[in-house]
Design a binder for this molecule. Structure first.
Ligand SMILES: [Zn+2]
Ligand SMILES: [Zn+2]
Length: 127
């Protein structure tokens, strides 16, 4: 057993292999239950509806989807973290997972100076 900071609430807790403190785990289980129960009755619901009807944060619902825990209840999708393609679980779409897009490295970003200059010009043009 070692002491760790809970990644969700930041509280120090003794980690026994699970990622969250017992309070957050409990909250997670309760939220998951709410979402699952709702999706069982409304398998066609989208994330916004689930959020509205269950009160569970969108971020959490997304986490459940990424973990694949809702796959058997719905076809909810989340966005690939690299290209934004809709996926039904995990963090990346098939293409990104295989590294197909890794060659597209980001182009050099212009310095802060250049960006400030640009914004000023755009603002001036509007007024
Ligand atoms: Zn916690
Ligand atoms: Zn992708």
């Amino acid at each position: 057993m070692q002491l760790k900071n809970c990644p969700r609430c930041g509280k120090l807790f003794s980690s026994s292999g699970r990622g969250l403190c017992s309070q957050c785990l409990q909250e997670d289980a309760r939220d998951y239950d709410l979402v699952r129960t709702y999706l069982r009755k409304n398998p066609g619901a989208n994330m916004v509806e689930v959020n509205r009807e269950t009160g569970v944060e969108l971020g959490k619902i997304e986490e459940f989807i990424r973990q694949g825990r809702l796959l058997s209840y719905s076809k909810l999708q989340v966005a690939c973290e690299i290209c934004g393609e809709p996926i039904t679980g995990g963090r990346l779409c098939d293409d990104c997972r295989r590294g197909f897009r890794s060659e597209e490295s980001e182009p050099e970003k212009p310095g802060v100076k250049g960006r400030v200059h640009l914004e000023r010009r755009r603002g001036g043009g509007l007024s």
